[in-house]
Design a protein around this ligand. Sequence first.
Ligand SMILES: [Zn+2]
Ligand SMILES: [Zn+2]
Length: 183
Amino acid sequence: MPAATPSRPGTGPFVVDLRDLTRQPGQVKSLERRLSAPEGWTVAMIGLPPGQPIDLVGQLEDVGDGVLVSGQIDFVLIGQCARCLTEISRTGQATFQELFVYPGRAADDADLSRVQGQTIDLEALVRDAIVLDLPLAPLCRDDCQGLCARCGANLNDDPRHSHTDTVDARWAGLSKWVQSQSE
Ligand SMILES: [Zn+2]
Ligand SMILES: [Zn+2]
């Protein structure tokens, strides 16, 4: 069983009804859905805020012992650069594939995903495909220069940034204040 889902089994936007899929090996049904991210699909600095759209295109295939679900998801990640704190908005794509075993098959294997009644729940599958791949320290660009350790200026905007110690001592407090006002 995947991790507990907030919704009751058999309901919710990530649940797929299998009643249209003829239970016969080789039968295929296409799957297309626009979903929205639930709470908690972010890591420290990037992810999908609640309500962020997820476009899913895939297929269900009866493989005898269960239903093989596979497909692709497209989404936009929202976050913050770990070095310069600029907002990041980036398209993402992930693929997924999982076998959901029919009730009564492979009963001794507790780790398998299972068909619940006539439905399967894709929430844990889609979540893992997106969230497990999120970078812990996302960057606005690979060579992001980050912030000045002394005054907090964005070094991408001001690459020739420099200080003299005299100026530092006098203006450090003001620079901090200016930075806090712009946040
Ligand atoms: Zn950056
Ligand atoms: Zn500086």
